[in-house]
Design a protein around this ligand. Structure first.
Ligand SMILES: O=C(O)CCC(=O)C(=O)O
Ligand SMILES: [Fe+2]
Length: 443
């Protein structure tokens, strides 16, 4: 009978295991259906999954290759839990307000929790806001009377997620090509007179490059004033009236520029450069005062070119916009632009001179610029009287004649480090008079 008893024990044992398994399967099923059934359509689920995988890959790569600042500030009064391991998925809505300059309005770009965190992080660090002078120096004056505080790049997991969101909006640009976030605070009659965000002095440009785009986000406002006004873009009833929920539309509107209401969490995004890589004077804007007992706090975020050696964002766009010309001018026709060798030349050439009739393709010319500097050089233009910003990275491709005198190839510029040759067009800048004009021309 002993074996019968053993058999019963085995039955009971396996029966017990089976019950436990069934209970476990039932529990897992509940968890599974919670994530798929509760208002999360399958497509959202897949997007989540994909962004999680990508986020984990980024974290893995960073942990392997990047030196990360281990000092993560300890700030309470905000919920860090969602940000600890990955950035939470965040939805926002955007609307195009202007096409030229491109201005996009992004609603609820930052959450209340993120705003609280940024305010807490900076509450004790405000100093008088500075402005960049045209000579590259900083100054403090009545044009900008607000106070501001900077946040270190990637200072906290929340800051890093905010930076990533800004970078992702522009197509995952390099998150390290940004200036540190700057929180600006206005009270009463404090304001920022009309100004542009792009930089003019070569020294400030060398630090990180031109400010290609700006995001201005409202963090905290207790007033209906304190708007951001694009003074050179006139309010056009037929175009702008549909945006009266975010723009100020009143009897003054038609005589004023576009005035954005300060609405917390919302962002104005714009391009500081036009498609010809020139700073866009139409982006001139002002931060208006919040008025008596008013407080307005905003966040500045500026993105710079990803690689100082590559053409500024605008220049590659200009290549695109003059594609028609580019197409007509195929590589074989490039030689037509190469100047004739000097006819006064009597000296024997040190190196074989470039014959204009030689079938010189652009690619061949680029190779010469790179590897054989005896025939072709890039002429520097950054020391000219009023250099435009792009001359830090670009010069004129030139052919050395038999006397070794460089002859410019008209209508082309070449990247000083990458040697790529671009066709460019000369545009005369006629906005707001001479002061801006001389600085902005490509030539
Ligand atoms: O305060 C504003 O509305 C705009 C601020 C601004 O343009 C800036 O800080 O550069
Ligand atoms: Fe600004």
């Amino acid at each position: 009978m002993k074996w019968l008893f053993a058999l019963r024990c085995i039955y009971i044992f396996f029966g017990f295991i089976a019950v436990v398994c069934l209970l476990e399967i039932y529990r897992l099923r509940e968890i599974f259906f919670q994530t798929t059934e509760v208002n999360l359509p399958i497509i959202d689920y897949l997007i989540d999954l994909q962004s999680n995988v990508r986020q984990q890959a980024i974290h893995f790569i960073q942990s392997k290759f990047c030196k990360k600042d281990p000092q993560v500030s300890k700030i309470d009064n905000y919920d860090l839990s969602q940000y600890k391991y990955q950035c939470p998925r965040h939805r926002y809505a955007s609307r195009i307000i202007e096409r030229s300059p491109l201005i996009i309005y992004i609603e609820q770009f930052l959450t209340k929790n993120e705003i609280r965190h940024l305010l807490k992080l900076t509450e004790r660090n405000y100093e008088h806001s500075a402005i960049f002078e045209s000579n590259g120096g900083k100054s403090f004056n009545k044009y900008r009377t607000s106070t501001s505080a900077f946040i270190k790049t990637h200072e906290t997991p929340i800051v890093e997620c905010i930076e990533r969101r800004f970078a992702q909006f522009q197509g995952d640009v390099d998150v390290d090509c940004i200036e540190p976030l700057q929180v600006v605070r206005y009270t009463n009659d404090q304001q920022y007179d009309p100004h542009v965000d792009w930089l003019t002095h070569p020294d400030t440009l060398k630090n990180g490059g031109q400010r290609v785009t700006t995001y201005f986000t409202y963090l905290q406002v207790n007033c209906s004033m304190g708007e951001t006004e694009f003074v050179a873009i006139k309010f056009n009833k037929s175009l702008h009236e549909r945006f009266c929920d975010i723009l100020i539309c009143d009897e003054e509107s038609t005589t004023r520029g576009l005035r954005f209401r300060p609405l917390p969490g919302n962002t104005i995004f714009w391009y500081n450069m036009n498609e010809y890589a020139e700073p866009d004077a139409l982006t001139i804007h002002a931060g208006r005062p919040p008025g008596k007992d008013g407080v307005k706090i905003g966040l500045n975020f500026q993105q710079e070119p990803e690689n100082a050696d590559s053409p500024p964002l605008g220049l590659s766009l200009s290549l695109y916009s003059i594609k028609g010309i580019e197409m007509k001018m195929n590589s074989d026709q490039f030689d037509q632009y190469i100047p004739e060798p000097s006819s006064s030349s009597t000296q024997a050439s040190i190196s074989p001179a470039l014959s204009p009739k030689e079938n010189y393709t652009r690619e061949k010319f680029q190779r010469h610029l790179k590897f054989d500097k005896t025939q072709n050089v890039i002429l520097d233009n950054s020391n000219s009287k009023n250099p435009a910003v792009c001359w830090c990275s670009f010069g004129f491709p030139a052919v050395l004649d038999t006397n070794g005198v460089p002859k410019k190839i008209p209508n082309f510029v070449s990247c000083k480090k990458c040697f790529t040759i671009y066709f460019y067009v000369l545009r005369v800048w006629l906005w707001m008079g001479v002061r801006y004009r001389s600085r902005m021309l490509l030539l």
